[in-house]
Design a protein around this ligand. Structure first.
Ligand code: UDP
Ligand code: MG
Length: 314
């Protein structure tokens, strides 16, 4: 099992406690991979202590905050199990639901993702993700609304996702892209156990932009449509100007309409440039091909390196 941890001081002990109970009950060998995404609140010290008393726990400390999806990727890279559970560390994804995901997987699937029946997020956040998922659904046929990171996946799917090394990444989308037999299962979604969300609206919007740009051609298409619309309306307007003069013999149109046309066109061009620029910038970062993350430290107990069918990463 894999979980990313960013300033989850008040959650990691409880997470470990509940996970251990659930995973031990499943009766399969397991490991718990916790990725410290540059926490500054003492989360790492807590993880260190957890690791010291439980050989199932492996801790990957990243050298700084790289972001949720990169932290998850680091967890997936580290996970060794045949099956991998991914979840958030704030206990919004309930460890107690893992056996249900696992049972569903055994019915012949490669990925079982949790569908949150009742989201315990703020209203603004739900609205934003509703719009975002609506977009994604149009782009990726098998993209599921209301699925979070909480899921269980088999090794081939995890490896397919790991092969995608883009810097701007959305792991849920990549997994959906990977194919295989996927299905959803309704899971309860809890309140954050402790602390504040690490996903303010700004980060959420950035993730949405990443997803739209890397999984759809929408911005480019919209720019094209906008250009076509402007061209068509200026053509129509041109006819009006000619008619005004030739048929209706009205006076000249002066400065205001000229200004309007110049400003409008200027605006449209800047927007189009901005869209293009965004693509160029992303092409640049991807072509630089820097490592996705830098590991500062790994805590693991060597004896735990045995075969591990169940891995948690979050
Ligand atoms: N997280 C992370 N790096 C970040 C932001 C968040 O590893 O830069 C982790 C965080 O610790 C949590 C998970 O990602 O385990 C989801 O974050 P959060 O619960 O704040 O998001 P929300 O549930 O509010 O969408
Ligand atoms: Mg959360």
């Amino acid at each position: 099992m894999v979980a990313p941890v960013f300033n989850e001081d008040g959650n990691v002990d409880e997470l470990h406690r509940r996970l251990t109970r659930v995973l031990a009950e499943l009766g399969e060998p397991y490991e718990i991979v916790l990725v410290d995404d540059g926490s500054t609140d003492g989360s790492f010290e807590r993880l260190d202590r957890i690791h010291a008393r439980d050989a199932h726990v492996r801790v990957i400390r990243l050298s700084r905050n790289f972001g949720h999806h990169i932290a998850i990727t680091a967890g997936l890279d580290a996970a060794r199990g045949e099956l991998v559970v991914m979840m958030d560390a704030d206990l919004q994804d309930l460890p107690e639901e893992i056996p249900r995901l696992y049972a569903r997987l055994q019915e012949g699937f490669d990925v079982v993702y949790g569908i949150r029946t009742e989201k315990k997020h703020s209203r603004a956040k739900r609205l934003a993700s509703w719009g975002f998922f609506g977009l994604m659904r149009r782009a990726l046929a098998q993209f599921e609304m209301s699925a979070g990171i909480f899921r269980i996946a088999r090794r081939p799917v995890v490896d397919a996702v790991r092969e995608c090394r883009e810097t701007h990444r959305f792991v849920i989308g990549l997994m959906s892209w990977a194919g295989f037999r996927q299905t959803g299962l309704e899971v309860r979604h809890g309140e954050r156990h402790s602390g504040e969300t690490k996903y303010p609206l700004s980060k959420q919007l950035r993730l949405a932009l990443t997803t739209v740009v890397s999984f759809t051609a929408l911005p480019l298409q919209l720019t094209t449509y906008l250009g076509l619309a402007v061209a068509a309306s200026s053509f129509a307007y041109g006819i009006v100007i000619v008619l005004r003069k030739v048929v209706w013999d009205l006076g000249e149109l002066g400065w205001p309409s000229m200004m309007l046309a110049i400003l409008f066109l200027g605006g449209v061009q800047l927007v189009a440039l901005g869209v293009l620029g965004e693509y160029v910038r992303r092409t640049l970062t991807e072509s630089q091909a820097r490592p996705l993350y830098v590991v500062a430290e790994t805590l693991e107990t060597p004896a735990a390196a045995a075969s591990l069918p169940l891995t948690e990463a979050g």
